[in-house]
Design a protein around this ligand. Structure first.
Ligand code: ADP
Length: 387
């Protein structure tokens, strides 16, 4: 590839493992610069297939599929962590540019390794114990070594609360998950916040302001988020400083979403990180000077990072499939919501809705927080995704 000053963005072939909505939005940013985008995903109907230049059908968890896909592109990145890292390690050995670096991805993909990384650097994160299986957790409880309440998390392949079980009482033990897992102390959460931080090849680092994530109590995934998070400025600063320390310790090039808990005593804990654009950064498309997607491209291409300053306060609502409906989606109430000033509606183009499936999102921008909340409420009550 050319040096920084000679860079011809349109000549760069950028490959993305995974074709979900995050991939789609990354490609939308890449297409503004005329970049040549490639996607690997098992489904031809995935969100990103209609917007990329080249779609390759294949399994991003499979060694051969990832390896041969990697050979087609100049720069390789991800929109999902659960990819074949052995193939990425081999490609990196052969000189392929891969972001995040496969070794870092291996640590982050495994919650046990991720937790021990925080221990090593003395980062605040809930105390935990690693267990090989469900039986060993039960034995530890019977032996009085493991106390309730706790949160159990499978080490691998969990997402959006799948692979997480909250055990408060003995009756909850039927919900223990089998497989290698970590068992964490249950934090008395005041707010869940996230900081998106970016680091480019030159080592330049920038954070966005923290956002507050409000979770759907049944589905265990983000229902909406508020940007900036309604927290004291000194807490926001501590959260940003922690995110900078974490990306520096990982030595990651690209975007890192650092999800944190703020407990009732205002203590900050790292929950987990994602080394890619993240659901908690969707609002940056309309509400910040540089979107997280463009920031990811800037970071991994060795370009200067863009300003992370907010243009407006915002609320981002995830559009989740209604319970009780599966099949071709129908967007009830869309016409009315399209009339709302400042409501930016994103539909991911998935051809099947399912209960709580992420089908789109709406970012509402308005600097008047009262207006913002009332518009969000109207959209939440009006826009329903059914089949
Ligand atoms: P996932 O990787 O599936 O997103 P998380 O580790 O983020 O899973 O956990 C999902 C949710 O469970 C969190 O957003 C939080 O609401 C709750 N949770 C996770 N860990 C703890 C904890 N140690 N204490 C209290 N609640 C927790």
């Amino acid at each position: 590839m050319n040096t920084l000053n000679q860079i011809h963005l349109s000549e760069i072939k950028i490959g993305i493992l995974g074709g979900g909505q995050l991939g789609k939005m990354l490609i939308t940013a890449a297409s503004r610069w005329g970049m040549n985008t490639f996607v690997l995903d098992p489904s031809e109907d995935c969100s990103a297939s209609s917007v990329c230049n080249t779609f390759i059908k294949g399994d991003f968890k499979n060694y051969d599929d990832v390896y041969s896909f990697g050979k087609l592109v100049d720069v390789l990145t991800i929109e999902i962590e659960n990819v074949n890292t052995d193939a990425l390690i081999q490609l990196a050995k052969e000189g392929k540019q891969i972001y995040p670096e496969p070794g870092k991805l291996q640590i982050i993909k495994d919650k046990g390794l991720q937790k021990s990384f925080y221990d090593k650097y003395d980062f605040p994160s809930p105390h935990y114990t690693l267990y090989t299986d469900k039986i060993s957790i039960i034995k530890a409880i019977e032996g009085g070594i493991q106390k309730l309440p706790f949160v159990q998390k499978l080490c691998r392949a969990g997402y959006d609360g799948k692979g997480v079980s909250v055990i408060k009482r003995n009756e909850d033990l039927i919900h223990l998950l089998d497989g290698e897992s970590i068992v964490e102390e249950l934090i008395d959460i005041q707010k869940e916040i996230s900081v998106i931080v970016a680091r480019n090849k030159l080592g330049e680092i920038m954070t966005y302001q923290p956002v507050e994530m409000v979770f759907n109590p049944i589905a265990n995934l983000v229902e909406y988020l508020i940007s900036p998070a309604p927290i004291a400025p000194e807490i926001a600063k501590d959260a940003c400083d922690l995110a900078i320390a974490v990306i520096s310790a990982f030595d990651i090039t690209g975007i890192l979403a650092v999800e944190m808990f703020l407990d009732k005593n205002n203590k900050i804990y790292i929950n987990e990180v994602a080394p890619r654009p993240h659901n908690s950064g969707h609002q940056t498309i309309e509400a910040a000077h540089t979107s997280q997607y463009e920031q990811q491209l800037r970071a991994i291409l060795g370009l200067p990072l863009g300003s992370t300053k907010l243009i407006s306060s915002s609320i981002m609502l995830n559009l989740l499939g209604e319970q009780g409906f599966s099949g071709l989606p129908v967007y009830d109430g869309l016409q009315e919501c399209l009339k709302i000033e400042g409501a930016n509606i994103h539909l991911y183009g998935k051809n099947e809705t399912r209960p709580f499936r992420k089908m789109g999102h709406v970012t509402i921008i308005d600097n008047d927080i009262i207006n913002l909340e009332s518009k969000a409420k109207i959209i939440q009550q009006t826009l329903k995704i059914r089949a």
